[in-house]
Design a binder for this molecule. Structure first.
Ligand code: MN
Length: 445
């Protein structure tokens, strides 16, 4: 049908056109067309890039120079409702984060309790990563963090009017004074200091600039911009980061929440706008809907932006399972990167394509091997003959085409009843249909 074919082609062109426009818009917005970014030396990738984005029209993947990972699984992650980590949980998670090359581990809130203090203190002593302890802008909080032996103290104070009035019960002036005093207290102890104007995305812009300038003058090393209530959008958040960058010499870190599902997108927008580091939690756990996910930010940086984070990505699945177990927060099956379905295929067209070339219906730039996971072909209502033949051969059958079709019909009917098509089920179907068994090793696949 020529009319249909034409329509399909023009639709594809329209979509392609949109992507090109969006890509060009981003390049122009962040100033990557016609300036130095196109002439910088390209890194050697550990895994060769096989897929061209945007039909090859994207001229550069160098929007981000470097990505540092500040993991807050043990602090904000632990603040997930109905979750707590005991001493051994914290030690085990910190050990794996450290082995994987995480740059900063926020181990906890030392003033909180004696066991918390002990955990932070022992993690600081046992890891190579920079260990960070959280503190309110209160002398005893800061002192507890210093006494715990951390490398970095993260002090925070509310700066939005709603939090100053109805949470902190303090004036803007008090907030600035206490922020400066706490930054100085950490500096005097000779430790690295990070400051967070909490609820920055709902803070009056000129007041935010005032706070940033005050703590910068006090010698802060890092300014973290928290989207505490998750109201940021990528372009607005990027503008905010650029604004803060104009008013400080400190390095910028971002802390984004997932209330609208934009946490990781906002973190990446922060990097594009000049942030050096993002705060993330494994599986995205944390307050309310959680934080930007470790696995999403690391793999976006590695696979989509071509940045070598220095993180051992092949242990991401192991890390996700460990945090799932210790936090008792189940990973959703459709969770990006680490969900059970992240590299699973059921529908006939997708499964057949992936069997021929995995790049057909996977990102291509991210494989299960890169994150220590494995690919799965699930049999069910949407299954096609390719998956059924593959599974029968794995179970030592040598099916004819008509036998494959007969078993596929049974599988689809069974799957439509919301039943799991396990190996024992498919064996039963093979016997019902009378599929012959493989005769020798040679015909096995
Ligand atoms: Mn938070």
């Amino acid at each position: 049908m020529p009319g249909g074919a034409t329509r399909t082609a023009s639709f594809a062109d329209t979509i392609g056109g949109w992507f090109r426009l969006i890509a060009m818009g981003l390049l122009v917005r962040f100033g990557f067309i016609g300036n130095t970014c196109l002439t910088t030396t390209r890194r050697t990738r550990r895994i060769p890039r096989r897929i061209e984005f945007f039909e090859g029209t994207l001229t550069s993947t160098d929007e981000i120079e470097s990505v540092r990972i500040f993991d807050t699984t043990l602090r904000d992650g632990e603040q997930s409702p109905r979750t707590s980590f005991d001493y051994n949980d914290k030690r085990a998670i910190a050990e794996l984060l450290d082995e994987m090359g995480t740059h900063v581990i926020e181990a906890g809130f030392p003033v909180n309790s004696e066991p918390e203090f002990e955990a932070v203190s022992d993690i600081a002593a046992a890891t190579d990563a920079t260990t960070c302890g959280l503190a309110r802008v209160v002398e005893k909080d800061v002192q507890a963090a210093i006494d715990a032996g951390v490398d970095m103290v993260h002090v925070f104070v509310s700066t939005s009017d709603v939090q100053l009035q109805d949470s902190m019960h303090a004036s803007r002036e008090e907030a600035v004074d206490r922020a400066v005093t706490s930054v100085e207290q950490v500096r005097d102890a000779g430790l690295e200091v990070m400051f967070s104007p909490m609820d920055a995305t709902r803070t009056n812009e000129s007041f935010l600039v005032e706070v940033v300038e005050a703590v910068s003058e006090a010698g802060v090393d890092w300014i973290n911009i928290p989207d505490t209530c998750g109201v940021g959008t990528p372009s607005r958040f990027a503008k905010l980061i650029a604004l803060v960058d104009d008013h400080t010499d400190a390095r910028i870190d971002v802390h984004t929440h997932d209330d609208f599902g934009l946490a990781s997108a906002n973190a990446m927008a922060g990097f594009e706008a000049g942030a050096h580091q993002a705060q993330v939690s494994v599986n995205g756990i944390g307050e309310r809907a959680g934080n930007a996910a470790f696995e999403e930010v690391v793999m976006s940086a590695e696979s989509l932006y071509n940045v070598d984070t220095g993180i051992d990505t092949t242990r991401i699945t192991e890390l996700a399972k460990l945090v799932e177990e210790k936090s008792t927060i189940p990973i959703p099956v459709n969770k990006a990167v680490v969900g059970d379905n992240a590299f699973a295929h059921e529908s006939g067209i997708h499964a057949a394509g992936v069997m021929e070339n995995t790049d057909t219906f996977e990102p291509g730039v991210m494989t299960p091997e890169m994150v220590g996971a494995s690919r799965e072909f699930v049999l069910g209502k949407h299954t096609g003959t390719h998956s059924v033949r593959k599974r029968l051969q794995e179970l030592d059958y040598d099916p004819s085409d008509s036998e494959v079709r007969a078993v596929t019909k049974l599988v689809k009917e069974f799957g439509a009843e919301k039943e799991q098509v396990t190996d024992s089920v498919i064996t039963r179907f093979a016997e019902e249909v009378g599929v012959s068994e493989a005769e020798s090793e040679e015909v096995r696949v």
